[in-house]
Ligand binder design. Structure first.
Ligand code: HEM
Length: 499
């Protein structure tokens, strides 16, 4: 007890008088221990921690004894802009996947791999894959909702869009990455979804409780997870074998799998091994499926909470496209500026990406006039930067018009990160999100159910419609999707009758 007291006294004395961060503002307990942040992480309230402390202490504050939060958009660009701010050493703890583009902290490997996978994820190449994206994405979703409406007693189906968006985005990336049509949204086959969940859980455990990696304990503590991941990797390897056999006698499909197999780093002329191809495909699923589907959920939720904006988006879609026309991405981009602005605004206000932890490089850095020395870490808070009142007018209001014909505002929105490790999957995400929303608004009328808890009339302290609770882990997702992500769907009426 005496030892614990002495240790605590030393921690307090160090934090208040000796720490290089002693003059940086921040909550008292965060200076003393990592525990407050850890508790926010496990409770999924990291976003609140960042927003509240940014409002209270400013754009740089102490979030752990040797770590600062970065909430000013220009500072975020400084940190994200160069490989000098390497990813946090925590990423090294994950060892069940080959070194890959997402987890690696090595700038050389990251650049090399981005040159290999980049072309497949570029807009031109994705537009060639668009028929497959639309088939696994919006077309599949529309067909499912059509069947639900047809089966309903009164032409109004009650749909939980959280699960449907989630299965749909898994189907899109699985189809492109494993080389055959995946239709879990239609068939209910959740094998790949389960494997992805197991991979996420194992990743989390390896980072937080690294003892699960110790061979005598790994099967005991996390046996099913390791088995699931092994099956996932074997599944990817089979997909590559199958593809090699089929292209021997037939045409080369233009999908992500083929692009990854053929990808060659233009500098080193090196291609990926089959194991690397599988790992990168798994990484795109981990990085790209939940992020895209949760963004769809937040956008639809926000539109349902703002009926005049929803009606405006519907009018725009129906004025631009005839009923029954399946809207493709380039068409949507050219003719649906307001819908696009709604997606930007939802990504700004409800970014699904969490904090991005980085190491302070040699020589340290000055952020908001505070010198942060090397050996410390920082965490870019996308949520706080995207709502920083120094940059954004009415930061907590859902106001899509701010993004209409406003390129500088679009560039300030950090949801896909920025700089050297910015999201390489953003074009695929945009294609999925915009084509899904455009086609849904074209085909169906949407309304909140009578028992909805969050409606345009339930207002928060700032007088804005209160949004559903969320859980921030790797992405920020709805906390009670069965209760809060429900919509009544019916076939479209005349757009003119919408208010
Ligand atoms: C709305 C959807 C998405 C959002 C908001 C999003 C956001 C992000 C963010 C913030 C990062 C940086 C992470 C960090 O530095 O730790 C990132 C990286 C990454 N994302 Fe996305 N992403 C989305 C969709 C996708 C999709 C669809 C794919 C794949 C097709 C993808 C693949 C990746 C990869 C591979 C990285 C790692 C890049 C690197 O470290 O060099 N993402 N994403």
């Amino acid at each position: 007890c005496a030892c614990a007291g002495a240790y605590l006294a030393w921690r307090v004395a160090y934090a208040l008088w000796l720490s290089p961060l002693r003059n940086v503002p921040g909550p008292f307990w965060a200076r003393i221990s990592k525990l407050p942040m850890f508790l926010h992480d496990v409770r999924g309230t990291e976003r609140e921690f960042m927003l509240q402390n940014c409002a209270r202490y400013g754009s740089v504050f102490v979030m752990e004894p040797a770590k600062v939060a970065v909430c000013d958009p220009d500072d975020c660009l400084t940190v994200l802009g160069s490989h000098a701010f390497a990813k946090d050493a925590l990423y090294d703890r994950v060892d069940f996947l080959e070194p890959n583009v997402f987890l690696t902290r090595d700038p050389a490997l990251n650049r090399h791999r981005r040159r290999q996978i980049g072309p497949a994820l570029g807009l031109h190449s994705l537009l060639r894959m668009e028929p497959a994206i639309l088939a696994a994405g919006p077309r599949q979703l529309l067909a499912k909702w059509d069947r639900a409406v047809a089966a309903s007693a009164d032409g109004r189906a009650r749909v939980c869009y959280y699960y449907d968006f989630s299965l749909m985005t898994f189907d899109v990336i699985s189809s492109l990455g494993f080389g055959r049509a995946h239709r879990s949204l239609t068939t209910g086959d959740r094998r790949i979804v389960e494997w992805v969940r197991q991979s996420f859980t194992l990743m989390f455990l390896q980072i937080v409780v690294p003892v699960v990696k110790w061979p005598p304990l790994r099967r005991l503590l996390a046996g099913p997870l390791y088995r699931g991941v092994d099956e996932f990797i074997a599944f990817g390897a089979r997909a590559i074998d199958d593809r090699r056999r089929t292209v021997r006698d037939g045409p080369r499909p233009s999908d992500m799998l083929q692009s990854f197999i053929d990808a060659e780093d233009p500098e080193s002329r090196v291609r990926m091994t089959p194991a690397q191809v599988t790992t990168e495909t798994i990484i795109t699923l981990l990085a790209g499926a939940d992020t895209s589907s949760n963004t769809l959920c937040w956008t639809l939720h926000l539109l349902l909470l703002h009926p005049p904006l929803l009606a405006r988006a519907v009018r725009e879609v129906r004025a631009a496209f005839a009923a029954g026309h399946v809207i493709a991405f380039e068409e949507a981009r050219a003719r649906l500026p307001f819908l696009e602005a709604c997606v930007y605004e939802s990504m700004r206000l409800r970014p699904v990406s969490g904090n991005l932890p980085r190491c302070i490089p040699r020589g340290g850095v000055v952020l908001q006039r505070h010198f942060i020395p090397e050996g410390h870490t920082c965490s870019v808070s996308i949520a706080a930067a995207n709502t920083n009142p120094a940059v954004w007018a009415k930061p907590l209001v859902f106001w899509p018009d701010r993004f209409l014909a406003n390129e500088p505002a679009r560039r300030r929105m950090l949801t896909f990160s920025a700089g050297v490790r910015a999201c390489p999957g953003r074009h695929l995400a945009w294609i999925e999100i915009v084509t899904t929303l455009a086609n849904v608004l074209s085909a169906f009328d949407l309304a909140l159910p009578d028992d909805a808890l969050f409606t345009p009339r339930t207002l928060d302290a700032a007088g804005q419609p209160e949004t559903m609770p969320h859980f921030s882990a790797i992405t920020c997702s709805p906390k009670f999707p069965d209760r809060d992500c429900v919509v009544m769907v019916s076939r479209r009426r005349d757009a003119a009758s919408l208010n």
